[in-house]
Write a protein that binds this ligand. Sequence first.
Ligand code: ATP
Length: 477
Amino acid sequence: MKKTKATKLMDAIASLCKRRGFIFQSSDIYGGIAGFWDYGPLGTELKRNIRESWWKSIVQTHENVVGLDSSIIMHPRVWEASGHIGGFSDPMVDCKSCKKRFKADGLCEEQGEDLITTEKGFALPENIKCPNCGSRELTEPRDFDLMFKTFIGPVEDDSARAYLRPETAQGIFTQFSNVLATSRQKIPFGIAQIGKAFRNEINPRNFTFRSREFEQMELEFFVEPGTSEKWHTYWLEERLKWYEKVGLSSDNIHKDVHPKDKLAHYATACVDVAYDFPFGRQELEGVAARGCFDLTQHQECSGKSLEYTDQETNERYIPHVIEPSAGVDRIALALICEAYHVEWLPKKNDSGLEPLEAEPGLRAPDGYEERTVLRFAPTIAPIKVAVFPLLKNKPELVSKARELFEQLQAIWPCFWDQTGAIGRRYRRQDEIGTPYAVTIDFDTLEDNTITLRERDSMKQIRVPINELISILSEKLK
Ligand code: ATP
């Protein structure tokens, strides 16, 4: 099959992620395992920055939001109450010819059709074909249970069955009373959690976009009945501002409003925040108004009251909830896609040639050289500053650079590189998105100034060494 421009671009991004240590296939030396990914040294830093920025914007800067770190395996009845047991499945179809498996609704949508609802479940419209081999020999849609199962204790029977959580939210709902009693919060207030979630996805694809193990950042914000609309609007706006702050251009971010007739039966509103990936517009986060469904369900199934008493009015009610639920891995992928640029730059400054945006898969024209650059926002960039001595065999340069490196490293994640031509070292940092590089040369030894080079403009300025930290602090804000 001929590769589309989007596939070539995603291949180039996945290859950079592997080559430079952002993302590896899980169990790579055994040939990988579909739907599971490992984050290398730079990917780990990138994810840490995403989590920290989210935590800061949700918890640290809202005095009425507190954190939680709940367990991955919970009492199996949690999943009965939440509706996941019995309900958390996707209808899927198999291609009888090439044996590939697809989500029935996604397949229909891609081919401009609607999945047909029947008395027994679902059926495919007639002209749907396999997107892999083109065959029309597809099985009827069947339910596919998305929860990973395990057993607790030594006996593997039904009474010992447990599940890996498919979302972090239920840990929050089940601890609602404990958090309320210990945190001295009053409605409206929220509980936030970041953690792993697991879904046995039928068809993991688009690099890390749809994985079987992934990380969620979820807020459950509890409000008085009748105030959901106001808080839903508030949190949606907060989340949109955050996406812009971490560096996703508002041109590529979209609000996908779920029509009322397509909402879950308990929800009153849901807006997905979607991003224009090279492979299409896809969800990064859902911001839903879930009514009092979750707490009511847990109250009924556990027999424990989850009502809230308003201390001033003595009114008792089950709070309603607003849930912004985002995926760390999808956001990391969106940030990498947004940051990824390949440019063709004139080899010589005086050639009269203009820089060009590169075409994926093609070589740079004559007179040009290629530069790959990740234009991460400074707060998100895994490494903030690189430090280079001009020459590695001049001890006086190396020791001066080392001294500066150690000072900077105490403040920011930094990178030390002393090998290769200086231009090559700049390019290596461009490729991992380091916003600034500092070079120590012979002039430094004379006048205590260094060269500060900026990633995007490639401009170099001379800066006194004793002003560097305050200049960088300003630039990296
Ligand atoms: P989708 O329709 O894409 O399967 P969803 O609507 O089922 O997603 P939610 O249950 O709303 O997703 O989960 C909240 C967030 O968790 C999603 O917006 C996404 O960022 C993340 N997420 C969900 N499933 C996956 C997955 N398989 N891989 C990576 N991230 C995921």
